[in-house]
Ligand binder design. Structure first.
Ligand code: NCD
Length: 303
């Protein structure tokens, strides 16, 4: 059956468990999977800057024996000649087995998934809306640290308004019983419209210090300057450093989707609770698991 991965809710809890198990197997014995996707092609369409997501998808495909083709920058494809994205994705459907799309426009990956007939589409981030494969990286990291997705006090800090990773992580976490602290300047707080739909209790906080001692997960984010309107300015004063961490729990999991700008001081990097570099690697492993899962759903016989 054709399946897409556009928002965290596209996978059931059972399917998340399958992906987490698969990721564990992949991490333990990657050699077993080296040729599994030989001859398979991933189409990669990135209309926004990306390092981790783009390269981890490409690395994931290569490590499974497959290949990636890139549409490239707008100037080098026929989009520059006025070809529509709808036509482009139909052409790529003939060339590839699945597609990964990142766009500035919200819901573009979803729209293109409705144009194709037999091409699984993965949302690699659409505007401020969603970034479900970042959530895969986040939850594997949380699972490694805490062994569960419930009963956690999760602090989210920085730009909670324009950051799509925050919305997707909360969408996943809100299915379980958790608590949230939103540490952000007022103009970068989680919009009320979203916060009011959360099922778990949440509180807005004015500093990291007032809450750090009680957190199980701290999800730091950068200010998403590129999403501001013309003339719009926002700043976040919150910087995590070694001094603030003195008051934190031993098993606090510090996450950041990266790139970091200056919201985590480099002296935190050596702290065993700093998991963001592992999180980036986890992103590749979970993307390997996702690719295998979606191709197996489409064709069977892969897993
Ligand atoms: C995130 C994104 O693109 O939304 N980056 C990523 O995929 N790791 C977060 C960000 O850009 O701040």
């Amino acid at each position: 059956m054709l399946r897409h991965f556009l928002v965290p809710g596209d996978l059931s809890r059972e399917e998340y468990r399958t992906l987490l198990r698969l990721a564990e197997t992949l991490a333990a014995d990657e050699a077993q999977f080296r040729d599994i996707l030989r001859g398979r092609v991933l189409a990669s369409l990135f209309f926004e800057p990306s390092t981790r997501t783009r390269l981890s998808f490409e690395a994931a495909m290569a490590r499974l024996g497959g290949t990636t083709i890139h549409l490239g920058a707008q100037e080098v494809s026929s989009l520059a000649k006025g070809e529509s994205l709808e036509d482009t994705i139909r052409i790529l459907e003939g060339y590839s087995d699945l597609a990964v799309i990142r766009s500035r426009e919200e819901y573009l990956p979803q729209h293109l998934s409705e144009v194709v007939e037999n091409l699984p589409v993965i949302n690699a981030g659409d505007g401020t809306h969603a970034h479900p494969t970042q959530t895969l990286a986040d939850i594997l990291t949380i699972h490694q640290a805490h062994g569960k997705f419930s009963g956690l006090h999760i602090g989210l800090c920085g730009d909670l308004k324009f950051g799509r990773t925050v919305y997707s992580l909360l969408e996943f976490m809100d299915v379980e019983e958790n608590r949230y602290s939103f540490i952000a300047p007022e103009d970068l707080q989680v919009p009320e419209e979203f916060a009011s739909k959360l099922h778990n209790p949440h509180q807005c906080r004015g500093s990291l210090e007032e809450v750090i001692g009680d957190l199980d997960v701290l999800y730091m984010t950068r200010v998403q300057r590129e999403r501001f309107g013309a003339g719009e300015e926002h700043h976040s004063p919150f910087v995590l450093n070694g001094k603030i961490l003195e008051g934190a729990k031993e098993n606090l999991a510090i996450l950041h989707p990266l790139p970091r700008v200056h919201e985590i001081a480099v002296d935190v990097d050596e702290d065993p609770r700093a998991l963001y570099f592992r999180q980036a690697k986890n992103g590749m492993i979970m993307r390997m698991a996702l690719i295998l899962f979606l191709l197996n759903e489409k064709e069977g016989g892969i897993l």
